[in-house]
Design a protein around this ligand. Structure first.
Ligand SMILES: [Zn+2]
Length: 474
């Protein structure tokens, strides 16, 4: 092998941008000295073509796949991940989402006003996401410009970060400094460009004057936006019947105020009516689909087939802290479970595309990341899998990655299973705290433990940036 090349040999999963996942049971990935891929393919073919000697090419520590991307995650909630809804009671007024924000989330976000604490939180977030193979995405920080700057400076340039807008139904210590907002956005945009995302918390917490100011600033500086939409029924009722009775719908609020014109990433989109889906599809919007969060908060299930039919770009995202883990493998497993028997599109192959190629496209990183092809970054993760032998197909390899068997997946399609019944209620009406939600909660948390920290090594542009401790599962 030429001195300017580097390579790794092993089983390669290659999610493809248009459709499907390539599978190379004995594959090789070859990079140049600039950290770019020069070849990916079957070992026999590439080794002969590039004159690679087997002895000179290291074997991988597991399945090789592109690094993962998370297009919806909350940095200041990382310290309380999985404890998002603690102590809110069985059926709080206004639903579990609004009660959790007040009880647990806002205090955690308020603590990030202090720069030392913010630095500590961002550092722990960076370490933990990398350990789960996640190298970039779109994150919410807080209402604090200083904390947002710390996150933009400390995180890799593949992370976009949101300065959060919020001026209603929130504590006084967590309100946007509105007189300073234009200058704060200008300064952050000057230093970090489109990595800054103008972030409307959600329509409950942001009034129209602040939202339209955010839209104007986004347009002035060429930035995109992000927000939450149609997550819980109680929240939708509050917005459509009480706060914005003239907007026509929850989505109508964002359309009317111009947010949908700013290429937003819209998290959740569960309780969307047909006309709302049409409004989203008519703009440059993308959807962050968060099955773990949507299950644990009893929110519901995103209508996957309708979103796909409308051609709306979407990706699987963790929404940490509502999820107990930054592992997108946990999200892939929950995606397969909540859509099992309902959507033929919810396949293991599609799940892996929704954490690689799909978010890369949404985040504008698809010229660097998401799939293996010549010219892309020589960046990859190596992940432990449960098969004693090399899996025969991409589907088998992905299920092995998720530590899931075909029989277990099949159980989620059976109508008589208590967990399946709970998922059906979740899908039809959302779930309040009770036996059904407790069963789903226990399953998600066990899955999170099983799938966390399965990544053995992360390589970015030819440089190893994470190696699992020897004591981790292999
Ligand atoms: Zn969120």
């Amino acid at each position: 092998m030429s001195a300017t090349l580097q390579a790794i040999r092993g089983p390669v999963l290659n999610p493809l941008p248009a459709a499907g996942v390539g599978w190379l049971p004995d594959g090789v990935l070859v990079g140049d000295d600039r950290g770019r891929i020069v070849a990916v393919g079957a070992w026999d073919e590439v080794a002969a073509r590039l004159n690679l000697a087997a002895a000179g090419v290291p074997r991988s520590a597991g399945l090789i796949l592109p690094p993962l991307l998370d297009a919806h995650i909350h940095i200041p909630q990382h310290p309380i991940r999985g404890r998002f809804a603690d102590d809110v009671g069985a059926d709080p007024p206004g639903g579990r989402l609004l009660a959790s924000l007040e009880r647990n989330v806002f205090p955690a976000e308020g603590r990030c006003e202090g720069p030392a604490h913010a630095r500590h939180v961002v550092a722990a977030f960076a370490t933990d996401t990398l350990a789960n193979g996640v190298v970039g995405g779109a994150a919410y920080m807080t209402v604090h410009a200083r904390a947002t700057r710390i996150a933009l400076e400390q995180l890799a340039d593949t992370w976009s970060v949101g300065l959060v807008l919020m001026n209603g139904r929130c504590p006084d210590y967590l309100r946007t400094d509105e007189p300073a907002l234009a200058a704060d956005v200008a300064a952050l945009a000057r230093d970090h460009g489109r990595r800054l995302i103008v972030t409307d918390r959600f329509a409950v917490s942001v009034d129209t004057p602040l939202r339209t100011l955010g839209v104007a600033l986004a347009k002035r500086h060429g930035l995109r936006m992000q927000t939450h939409l149609d997550e819980q029924r109680a929240e939708k009722t509050l917005i459509e019947d009480v706060l914005y009775p003239d907007a026509g719908s929850y989505t109508g609020v964002y359309a009317r105020d111009g947010l949908l014109d700013c290429e937003p990433i819209l998290a959740h989109c569960i309780h969307v009516r047909t006309e709302e889906i049409d409004m989203i599809a008519a703009t440059g919007s993308a959807i962050a689909h968060c099955p773990v969060s949507n299950t644990l908060l009893g929110s519901g299930v995103m209508p996957l087939d309708a979103i796909r039919a409308a051609g709306i770009p979407h990706a699987l995202c963790t929404d940490v802290g509502a999820s107990p883990t930054t592992s997108l493998f946990c999200e892939m497993a929950q995606f397969l479970k909540v859509h099992a028997g309902r959507s033929v599109a919810a396949t293991p192959e599609e799940a892996v595309r929704l954490v690689t190629t799909a978010p890369a496209r949404i985040l504008g990183l698809d010229d660097r990341l998401g799939t293996f092809a010549p010219g892309m970054e020589y960046s990859f993760i190596e992940v432990a899998h449960d098969s004693a032998t090399t899996p025969p197909t991409a589907r088998a390899a992905i299920l092995s990655l998720l530590r899931m068997t075909e029989a277990e997946l099949d159980a989620w399609r059976r109508a008589d299973d208590p967990q399946t019944l709970a998922v059906r209620t979740l899908r039809d009406s959302g779930l309040d705290w009770g036996l059904g939600l407790q069963a789903l909660d226990a399953d998600v948390r066990a899955t999170a433990v099983r799938l966390e920290h399965r990544v053995r090594r992360v390589t970015r542009q030819g440089r190893v940036v994470f190696t699992a401790p020897e004591s981790s599962p292999r």
